[in-house]
Design a binder for this molecule. Structure first.
Ligand SMILES: [Zn+2]
Length: 212
């Protein structure tokens, strides 16, 4: 059963001209945070829409940090949407560090750099949850935009399950695979091995490495 639509009072939209093209930028206040959907393409689309649900990562998205692949995924998703001629990027705020917040995320970075912990252990050793992201706002935003089913650009099976749980049908998962490098390989391996993300491109990196 689809979620209720968000109240008009909590929504505003305008055109947004970007270097990639002109989007419809729709801002939503929902669940204590403000989110944005970037809608591309003239005709409204309702089924099998190419969609990225992107969790805010200030360090990766804005500052281009190399320790995660968030910024690259954001750019690649927008490129894919523009390349296809239509699609929607839902940018979810309040999801730093898989939901633990920016200060806590930076604390996990210290443990990763100084203790060699991975992205999971660095959170749990601080008594923090590994992933508390809630995709309800994304499902409500998509429903508000009239979207019933999506082709979701994601490597995260949990995200698909969560959207479906909230009434959005995922007709296909479109991998969004960023090339690994020395700066993010440990992070990506932890995501694959400990969080269940589907990251087949990491196999090639292993082949290219020297062992012994
Ligand atoms: Zn990130």
């Amino acid at each position: 059963m689809p979620d209720p639509i968000i109240a008009d009072n909590d929504v505003a939209e305008s055109e947004l001209v970007t270097r990639r093209g002109t989007f419809r930028a729709v801002a939503f206040a929902y669940g204590g945070h403000e989110h944005m959907a970037l809608v591309y393409g003239r005709a409204p689309v309702h089924a099998d829409v190419l969609v990225r649900v992107h969790s805010e990562c200030l360090t990766g998205d804005v500052f281009g940090a190399m320790r995660c692949e968030c910024g690259e995924q954001l750019g690649a998703a927008l490129d894919a949407i523009v390349g296809e001629g239509s699609g929607i990027l839902v940018y979810l705020r309040g999801q730093e560090g898989r939901g633990i917040g920016l200060v806590a995320k930076v604390r996990t970075h210290v443990l990763q750099d100084e203790e060699g912990m991975d992205t999971v252990d660095s959170a749990t050793s601080l008594g923090l949850p590994v992933d508390v992201r809630d995709y309800t706002p994304a499902a409500r935003i998509l429903a508000h935009l009239g979207v019933r089913s999506v082709r979701l650009m994601s490597n995260n099976p949990d995200k698909i399950a969560s959207l479906e749980e909230h009434g959005i049908t995922v007709t296909a998962r479109v991998p969004l695979l960023m090339p690994p490098h020395d700066g993010n390989i440990a992070y990506l391996r932890a995501k694959r091995d400990r969080l269940g993300h589907d990251l087949p491109q990491l196999e090639e990196f292993a082949i290219g490495e020297r062992h012994g």
